[in-house]
Design a protein around this ligand. Structure first.
Ligand code: HEM
Length: 222
């Protein structure tokens, strides 16, 4: 898949931004692990897609509440404007899915300071980049878009690049040359990937109702 080529070139850009380079290094192995776990490649099946969405639906609301609470009030409007949660909720409604029943996926995620909150945000902000490739695949294979089940991965669509640039600028501005803040961001980025991995290990290990419901709905629509 085209994603693989892009993944190999990831890190070639933004070399001038040391904060981003450090986050990438801290998280690279875990990104590979989550790609391997989700397997959103050409072999993706509707049932698996449904479980992945249900997993994000279990994770994202709790994660957003946690991060928002750790950010200073001056960044709340900025954070809220980037949210993809309404799009995810629209997907659940369109596909008649419910959030997966998992242990609180962010219970073990300590975000003690602003650096940690931004490091955690790096993970979900970055996932919007890979999401563009997945959205393209969903459109091609199942004619799915933001209105019928692919809203989360479509995200902010054409604005994704600009939002990522804005996030990188925020990282540089807020972390500056503060080594302790950067270390906190890297630890939180890794811990956020771990929390996602734990969540999806539970979701994708389970068989169930979600799969049956989604398969029926999609086969009706295709
Ligand atoms: C929960 C799942 C995922 C998370 C949390 C996640 C997280 C991230 C992060 C943090 C980045 C930014 C890396 C950087 O530039 O520093 C990124 C980029 C990327 N991800 Fe993922 N990712 C996920 C799933 C996937 C999957 C399943 C794929 C493949 C199908 C994928 C493909 C990519 C690609 C191609 C990029 C680079 C995009 C670009 O540079 O334009 N990701 N992801």
């Amino acid at each position: 898949m085209a994603a693989l080529t892009l993944i190999k070139t990831r890190g070639m850009k933004d070399e001038a931004l040391p904060q981003l380079g450090a986050l990438r290094r801290a998280c690279a192995g875990r990104h590979e692990a989550i790609e391997a776990l989700l397997r959103l490649d050409e072999a993706l099946e509707p049932a698996r897609y449904a479980r992945v969405l249900a997993g994000f639906a279990a994770f994202v609301p709790r994660w957003e509440a946690l991060v928002r609470a750790r950010l200073p009030a001056r960044l709340h409007g900025w954070f809220d404007a980037r949210s993809r949660l309404p799009l995810l909720r629209r997907d659940l409604a369109a596909l008649h899915l419910a959030p997966a029943a998992v242990d609180d996926p962010v219970a073990a995620l300590a975000l003690p300071d602003l650096g940690a909150a931004l490091g955690s945000m790096y993970v979900l902000e970055g996932s919007a980049l890979g999401g563009q490739l997945i959205a393209r695949q969903l459109r091609q294979r199942w004619d799915m878009g933001p209105d019928n089940g692919a809203g989360w991965f479509t995200g902010h669509g054409a604005r994704t690049g600009a939002l990522w640039a804005d996030f990188r600028a925020c990282l540089a501005r807020e972390l500056g040359q503060d080594a302790a803040a950067l270390a906190s961001a890297c630890a939180a980025g890794a811990a956020t990937f771990d929390a996602l991995l734990r969540c999806f290990e539970q979701v994708l290990g389970a068989e169930g109702h979600t799969e049956a419901t989604m398969t029926t709905k999609m086969s009706r629509e295709v």
